[in-house]
Design a protein around this ligand. Structure first.
Ligand code: IMP
Length: 181
């Protein structure tokens, strides 16, 4: 794994896929335990675009029936959270009266998951839980931390495995960290 250049920044190797794979296996094991006998078909909500790679890898390891719905929100410009979260695409399916598991790529300030939880409540979801591949606890400002976390990381800007810098780097199989801020 060498460095990669995306736009004006260089990123160095940070988390190899082998560690991501182990983390996803653990999360999938917990989700299987918690949802297998929950008595209904939950909705798994893919938060586009960042979560799509994690989402695909995760759901193929789940052994309970589920429905898939997507939503798109944006809060980041460059490497800084813009603070305000914009909904740029509506839920692609009905969540009314459903148990919803939100699948996120990364929880940073927590603004995005707070907004998604609010939107889900507004749309009539009866239960919302959050599953995220990466969590930055040092910058989290929310009141409720994610229910399922793959890996906790320091406050570093990362790309790869779905995460982007100015829309680039989502296709990288491993996770990289910014080298020059
Ligand atoms: P939050 O709303 O501050 O929790 O940020 C969540 C969103 O910001 C994520 O869904 C990502 O799209 C983006 N984000 C946060 N941290 C990073 C990062 O290190 N790399 C790339 N995107 C990030």
């Amino acid at each position: 794994m060498g460095n990669v250049t995306l736009d004006d920044k260089t990123f160095r190797p940070y988390i190899p896929y082998s560690r991501i794979d182990e983390a996803i296996a653990k999360v999938a094991g917990k989700l299987n335990e918690d949802y297998r006998d929950c008595g209904e078909v939950p909705v798994l909500l893919c938060v586009l675009n960042g979560a799509m790679v994690f989402f695909t890898d995760l759901i193929t390891r789940l052994d309970f029936n589920m429905e898939v719905v997507s939503v798109k929100l944006t809060s980041y410009v460059g490497t800084q959270s813009a603070g305000t979260v914009r909904k740029s695409m509506d839920f692609t399916g009905n969540v009314k009266g459903r148990k919803v598991l939100v699948v996120e790529d990364i929880v940073d300030t927590g603004n995005t998951i707070a907004e998604i939880s609010r939107l889900l409540k507004e749309a009539g979801a009866k239960e919302t839980r959050i599953c995220t591949m990466l969590f930055k606890p040092a910058v989290f400002k929310g009141s409720v931390p994610p229910d399922y976390v793959g890996l906790s990381i320091p406050n570093d800007f990362v790309v790869g495995f779905g995460l982007d810098y100015n829309e680039l780097g989502r296709n990288l199989k491993d996770i990289y960290v910014v080298d020059s801020q």
